[in-house]
Design a protein around this ligand. Sequence first.
Ligand code: F6R
Length: 589
Amino acid sequence: MCGIVGYWNNQKNALPILIDSLKKLEYRGYDSFGFVTISDSKLYVERQIGKVSSVKCRDLPGIVGIGHTRWATHGKVTETNTHPHRDCTNTIAVVHNGIIENFQEIKSSLIEKGHRFLSETDTEILAHLIEEDLKFGMSLKNSVMKTGSLIKGRNAFVVLHALTKEIIAFRNGSPLIIGIKKDSNEIFLASDIQAFLDKTKEVMYLDDEELVLIKENPEFYDAKNGEKIEKRLISIAGEVEESQKGDYSHFMLKEIMDQKETIISAINQDDLEIMHVAKEINEAKGIFFIGCGTAARVCHFAEYVFSHIANKHINFITASEFENYKHFLLPETLVIAISQSGETADVLEALEVAKQKGSKIISVVNVSNSSMTKISDYSFLINAGVEKAVASTKATTSQMAITTLLAYACAGKLREGDRVLVDLAGKVNDMLNPRYSEHIKKLAQIIHKKENILIIGRGLNYPISLESAIKIMEVSYIHAQGFAGGELKHGPIALVEEGTPVIVLVGNENTGEVINNAIEVKSRGAYVIGIASKNNQAFDYWIKTPNTDEITTPIANLIPIQLLSFYLGILRGHDVDYPRSLAKSVTVK
Ligand code: F6R
């Protein structure tokens, strides 16, 4: 959460480059944004509420600067709480990502020393701590080191000094990457490589407890002892990945349509590597799949798939609850993290626990070189391409495809897994056509004024009902809840009133019980929406899904839900790519 950018060069105006870079990080938070540049040894600051892509910025002079897009944690969405924050002398500016867990005590002691705070943020203490050190003759580098060691939590912060024109960045738990363009003597800094990948592909990754001092050339230091360290310059291969909307009105719609190809890309893995991981799974003493939000629902789906295909029990745990299971971890235990970003704080913290216990870690991520890949013994890339819309769509189905393939590999049936998933990919490709979208849009028109939607599924479709609820809620803000069909009569059915939309996710086998549930809610007045390969008289509205293998039906069933969520959000007038209060990468706990 929150995006950081920085730019250093010796001729060009910094602001247009900072704005351009920050726009690419908007998905990390979009409550407010700010920039600071230096000119004539003075700081020039611009801060505004809203998204950097939709608000016009005032010009700022100067060739060096930093910027920030905020997802509010400490303090409301106000201009005063927007980064950058400054010290009392107005020479030090700071932008920050993370939460400083011990900020209150530090703030109190700084107030006692006479520092004047303007915002409610935890970030502002950083500027004042550094001011305090510099007052006593400490160098900026030593002060940043000291400050970094003082603060608790997962953080990254960047400091700009008006007099020395230095940028110093510190990382401990939140990513920072440096881009170098040698021919034009430009240095970029960001919390995600996407911010500057169109300008340079030569990058250096800052690791935890390291800092980088940017002035002419970037110098890297071990933040624990101040010793200089050498960093490898990495060339990012291939073309800059296209993350534009193209002809689509929204990233979410584009990414739903990308699923015509992404299921195939997800299963395009090296057979030997898949078999190697399958062997690790088969030999492990205890297997935990962990993730958050939608990724946690994929872990839940994996639990069913491993049970059905590989006759194997795996535990699925929401990463934020993993701590409660740590006493089960052994060196022979395997922890598999599912994450689009590879940066989700709760997952990283769970993996750190696993690491301390000596357990093996595998991650399944979309973003290469993310923090999760670094902590893992082995990492799979899901190859879904950049996913920009906050609501995950194509990454989800890719994660589901790869976990399904792994389950087949564990059962010694990799070829069969390939065949089943290739068949699914072809059918998804056929399904995603304009006529299909129109049919779902029509349904959205019927139900978009409702304030409550229920979704039921059984077996493999139960986790999908839970994911469907997440998707509908986050994009349309309609309350939605998923249930196992069998649970209906144990409480949830009381919510069904005349006209309540109930979405019934139907598999391709043993469909009787879920259809019975559909009939039960229909008798109580529900408006029954069937997502199924065959129509049924219980359905008031039928959305046809392809006749796929039973194991892959849930993946196909999720796609119309994604489209429905999108159209519900649009009809209710929401910014579907950037739903309120959310961010794409949840880097705080
Ligand atoms: C919902 C959604 C979130 C993420 C969750 C984990 O559409 O995208 O629930 O799934 O924040 O994020 P990653 O996958 O980056 O770990």
